[in-house]
Ligand binder design. Structure first.
Ligand SMILES: [Zn+2]
Length: 134
């Protein structure tokens, strides 16, 4: 599953001329693990919105961590985790492809808007809920 998303290091490995530094912190090579979980810019988002301190560690496997979060978390945790991933990924794309600057407040606001919008859908089970919770 790794290397499925075109983060800069994957593009560089395929000889696409790109800057491989993380567009958020501009300090570390941008891998999917770094971007989604280990970047010093996104760690406070996880810690604040997901209310967890288990996010830090740039070398950790973000896919495994997310799968663990989704398999063990309650519905609210799952919803928050997916909203954070979605918004970080969208913000990253805006930086890389459209040259828009990272604005933490905009990303956090989008996360909260998505959480509220997804929670407001009545009588529809959360897509990540197991059938036993439906
Ligand atoms: Zn970074």
């Amino acid at each position: 599953m790794h290397n499925i998303l075109p983060v800069l290091t994957v593009l560089a490995a395929h000889r696409v001329a790109v800057d491989v530094l993380c567009p958020l912190c501009k300090d570390q090579p941008k891998t999917l693990d770094h971007l989604m979980k280990g970047c010093a810019v996104v760690v406070p988002i996880w810690q604040t919105i997901l209310m967890t301190s288990t996010v830090s560690g740039g070398g950790d496997d973000c896919i495994a961590w997310m799968c663990n979060t989704l398999s063990k978390g309650d519905a609210a945790t799952k919803l928050r985790a997916v909203a954070i991933w979605w918004s970080i990924w969208r913000a990253r794309n805006e930086i890389v492809w459209n040259g828009k600057p990272w604005q933490l407040s905009n990303v956090v606001n989008e996360i909260h808007r998505n959480i509220e919008a997804w929670q407001s859908v009545e009588n529809v089970p959360l897509p990540l809920d197991s059938p036993s919770h439906a």
